[in-house]
Design a protein around this ligand. Structure first.
Ligand SMILES: [Zn+2]
Ligand SMILES: [Zn+2]
Length: 418
């Protein structure tokens, strides 16, 4: 699949028929999809037990998919590849291929090729300091900064935050406008210094900030259409909490993600990042005190002040301070609103499909069949896009071992055609 993706840039379509997508390769596939987006279809005979963060265009139950096909006239497509993965042996002739499968050499090869339980991770070395492509060099950068997890460390000035982040991005070639929102208990933060560099201020209490952040991410997404190159950055030690929402956005939009945290996560996330920084090293970056002061002197405050507990917004720091002191509510912990995990809101991030469907290429491994009914099934779902000319290839990967042709399906439906 990785090879196929290299050779067939999007727009193109992949279909996987397997019960193993969740357990075996969803981690890589999710990361691959964040880098280059393909239309993805799944079929399985057993519904995955745990939810997969993979965004798909459509998922089918294997038997239901075949049932729809059953009544349709069969269309014979030529050009099936007969290939033995154990021996790297290929043949165009069924007879020869059968002979190979029953040969001694093949049996020996199968014995040597031990069954492995884990698929090698192909994207594990991805996501370290990617230089900006032209498309992203001037893209908007939105930063969500969790000050509860990543406060301003001892010895640092709040006015350093913006220039440090901008400098870190510039070093990798990203020079788009940076917007920063700082979530924290702003009764105890250097409000004046933060807002003087145009950092937006969002008042919250610990635990509530994730929910507010997730809401703001959704709002930001609504303002940035899927084809807009845009950059998200999250500064937090608990990005996992909002990662389900983020990974969907990254698979379905032209967004890049950057992270900063106060300590390195113990395992690599399925979130594909373009760069990750340690919060304190980012602030300690190559900036001199001089450049910091000259920048903050010249910048005009355009910061917004939000109280995320009672949805109060103002552009006046004095009004905001007065608001934070005005109500007993702000002194209390708002426990009712705390969350530990954000569930994806169903239908919220439905992918905008631009399905391209080439019926000729829609073949099942060596049992080559395509049917009009299958097309109709797809058509029902995506009428308008299918009326457009088909573009791009479709590859189907069928795990026959786990998702075989059901025993009660008539054999003649699946006769080989070579
Ligand atoms: Zn073989
Ligand atoms: Zn308030």
């Amino acid at each position: 699949m990785v090879e196929w993706r290299d050779q067939n840039p999007p727009p193109a379509t992949m279909m996987i028929i397997s019960n193993q997508v969740g357990s075996q390769f969803s981690w890589d596939l999710v990361r691959l999809q964040q880098r280059t987006l393909y239309n993805l279809f799944l079929a399985y005979s057993v519904r995955p037990v745990f939810s997969i963060v993979l965004s798909t265009s459509q998922e089918w139950r294997w038997k239901e998919l075949l049932q729809n096909k059953r009544s349709a006239p069969l269309v014979v497509v030529q050009g099936a590849k007969l290939y033995c993965k154990s021996c790297n042996y290929g043949s165009q002739r069924l007879k020869k291929f059968r002979k190979h499968l029953s040969s001694y050499n093949h049996a020996r090869e199968e014995g040597v090729t031990t069954v492995y339980t884990n698929v090698e991770r192909v994207t594990a070395d991805w996501g370290r300091n990617y230089k900006a492509t032209p498309e992203f060099a001037t893209a908007k950068i939105q930063v969500w900064w969790d000050m509860f997890d990543c406060p301003i460390p001892q010895g640092y000035d709040a006015r350093q935050v913006r220039p440090s982040i901008e400098a870190a991005f510039k070093e990798l070639g990203y020079s788009g406008p940076v917007s920063i929102t700082a979530y924290g208990d702003h009764k105890h933060t250097p409000l004046q210094a933060l807002s003087s560099t145009g950092v937006h201020v969002a008042h919250a209490v610990p635990g509530v900030e994730y929910k507010r952040m997730a809401g703001d991410v959704r709002e930001w997404h609504a303002d940035n259409p899927p084809q807009t190159a845009a950059i998200m950055m999250v500064i937090s030690d608990n990005v996992d909490i909002i990662s389900i929402g983020l990974v969907k956005l990254l698979q379905e939009n032209k967004y890049n993600l950057f992270l900063a945290y106060s300590f390195r996560p113990y395992q690599m996330s399925y979130l594909l990042t373009s760069a990750e920084w340690l919060w304190e090293s980012l602030l300690a970056g190559p900036l001199t005190k001089h450049s910091l002061l000259s920048e903050s002197e010249s910048s005009v405050s355009t910061a917004m002040f939000h109280c995320k507990l009672c949805r109060f917004d103002t552009i006046s720091i004095d009004n905001f301070r007065a608001h934070l002191l005005s109500d007993e509510k702000h002194a209390q912990e708002v426990n009712s609103d705390m969350i530990t995990e954000i569930k994806p809101e169903s239908g919220e991030y439905r992918r905008t499909l631009n399905l391209s469907y080439d019926r000729q290429a829609f073949h099942y491994n060596s049992l080559v069949k395509a049917s009009k009914k299958t097309t109709l099934l797809l058509q029902k779902k995506e009428k308008t896009t299918l009326q457009q000319a088909a573009q791009g290839k479709t590859a189907v990967y069928w795990d026959y071992e786990n998702v075989p042709v059901p025993y009660d399906f008539p054999a003649e439906t699946f006769t080989s055609t070579s």
